[in-house]
Write a protein that binds this ligand. Structure first.
Ligand code: ATP
Ligand code: MG
Length: 232
């Protein structure tokens, strides 16, 4: 079990089973508590269920059995109309980036701030600073389709962190970049973690967590194991 230190879990899975139509059961009877402010790597082989897990947390995929609690709320009791509001508190880097195709890099990154009512000029200024930090200062006005996979990934990361979310979910965020950039991006997540964000980084790269002092949520055969729970 994760060392909870009596801190409220911000994410909780109680006896969760996830079976896709056609009989593919990804999880069965999954129990897990993620304490507020913690940092976990989410590991497991390709197909183990990492993306499915993150989608359930993002309220993008409903479980077939059991209960999922996010911010202490049972996902089954969350009204459809409330979901956008809850999602504003979650920064997410999708495995396939999901940038908005008709917005340039700068406007993609500024979007979460604009949605919250931040003045457009201020939002763009912050977005530009962040894009510079991830090494994309020369790509501010380019559309996603003109960027490489690794560049799109960095735009997606900048967009996920700009609003200082309460939860950051990153699905293979370093899968398309060189090792030095990967470390820099993880450093960005560390900075958010230090100011209280709960971070979950999915990766099938089992060696990545070794460089960090964070436990691993390891998925295998529909079950979960916490590895290095003492690392915090
Ligand atoms: N919409 C879906 N319909 C049916 N099966 C699905 C669906 N989404 C995922 N699956 C199946 O669920 C399992 C877990 O998939 P998931 O994408 O969560 O794995 P993953 O750990 O993220 O893998 P990867 O490392 O390749 O990204 C796989 O067997 C996959 O085929
Ligand atoms: Mg995946």
């Amino acid at each position: 079990m994760i060392n909870q230190n009596k801190i409220e879990p911000i994410i909780q899975f109680d006896a969760v089973t996830m079976a896709f139509e056609g009989g593919n059961t990804v999880f069965s009877d999954l129990n897990l508590s993620v304490p507020q402010g913690s940092f976990h790597f989410l590991t497991g082989m390709s197909g183990a269920g990492k993306s499915t897990f993150l989608k359930m947390v993002y309220l993008h995929q409903a479980q077939t059995e059991g209960s999922v609690f996010i911010f202490g709320r049972n996902s089954q009791h969350i009204q459809h109309a409330e979901i956008p509001h809850l999602r504003r508190k979650i920064g997410v880097v999708f495995q396939d980036f999901r940038l908005i195709p008709h917005l340039n890099a700068l406007d993609n990154v500024a979007l979460p701030l604009k949605v919250r009512g931040v003045d457009a000029r201020k939002a763009r200024k912050q977005a530009a600073e962040l894009l510079e930090w991830v090494g994309l200062q020369d790509a501010l006005y380019r559309l996603p389709q003109s960027l490489s996979g690794g560049q799109q990934q960095r735009v997606a990361i900048a967009r996920a962190v700009i609003g200082r979310p309460q939860i950051l979910l990153a699905d293979e965020p370093t899968g398309n970049v060189d090792d030095d950039i990967a470390l820099k991006l993880l450093y960005l997540f560390e900075e958010l973690h230090k100011v209280g964000t709960t971070v979950i980084v999915a990766t099938h790269n089992r060696s990545l967590p070794h460089s960090f002092k964070h436990p691993e949520i390891f998925l295998e055969n529909g079950k979960v194991t916490i590895i290095n729970a003492h690392k915090k």
